[in-house]
Ligand binder design. Sequence first.
Ligand SMILES: Nc1ncnc2c1ncn2[C@@H]1O[C@H](COP(=O)(O)OP(=O)(O)OP(=O)(O)O)[C@@H](O)[C@H]1O
Length: 308
Amino acid sequence: MNKNDPVIRVKNLVVAFGSFHAVDGVSFDVQRGEIFGFLGANGAGKTTTIRTICGILNPSSGTVEVDGKDVSSSTAVLKPRIGYMSQKFTLYPDLTVRENLHFAGSLYAMSPQAIAQRSHKLMEFIGLSEDLPDPVSHLSGGVKQMVALASSLLHDPELVFLDEPTAGTSPKTRASFWALIRRLAQLGKTIFVTTHYMDEAEYCGRIALMERGKIVAMGTPGELKKEFFPVKPLELSFTKPVEQPLRAALEKAGIASAVFGSRLRVRAPDRAAFEQAAAPFRDGFFARETEPTLEDVFLQAVSGRKAV
Ligand SMILES: Nc1ncnc2c1ncn2[C@@H]1O[C@H](COP(=O)(O)OP(=O)(O)OP(=O)(O)O)[C@@H](O)[C@H]1O
């Protein structure tokens, strides 16, 4: 295994539940030390993909390799190399932080000394005390998520799966969490993370956008913005109440728009078509070009249209 070979290699993966394909022909590679983000609406198939890479589910067809080994036949060898912070809560609410970490370590047959040393190091890394006396159920949502992260890292895995680690936490916790994720990647860990927050996707080295079991776009945030927006989106601010009829006219012309506060973002690759549709309302708004966001990319990708 060459150190430049991908750590994860997924080829034509299909995961079916009965006749329903939750993952429907997905292929991608993840390089060592990458922060790879998986984005998609609820039910897109992100968790199912993760669970298959972790060896919890079997592919219906296609292959999944970690470190060059087929995951279905190498679960025991790969288990110590993989950490998984699942979306469902993985801590025992009635146990303290220390007890939870101890339990997580025992699942990997770590000695009590190794668990104690590693817990201490991890809690220092996270910036929390391992001596919190309360059961985990008394801790705030953000602290629980941090402890869940520590628990998934206890056996020092090289490959870490974080399934919506920041869901439902405060902006401050999200920022701290992402600082930790970046530091983990700097330590050489490969991070595979799912999120619904488009601003968080900006922190990923590469992202894949998933929609109904398929990857509809993949690349660095910069590449995706360029790919989907060779023509930049417009941002409209209004001087007269023309927003509703303008939106209706744009929709009729097949031009996508989305409300952002008091402004309207318009993905209008064909400027002539935009001007034509907007002509009756032209004295009611100002338009300026703006940089595409990943949210724009996502909306464009799931609408199946590139702004070319
Ligand atoms: N064990 C199962 N049996 C039947 N259907 C399932 C099973 N697990 C997942 N699904 C379905 O597969 C689809 C993909 O689910 P998955 O959890 O992978 O999506 P997701 O992108 O992770 O969404 P979320 O963000 O809501 O977790 C959903 O329609 C879900 O209902």
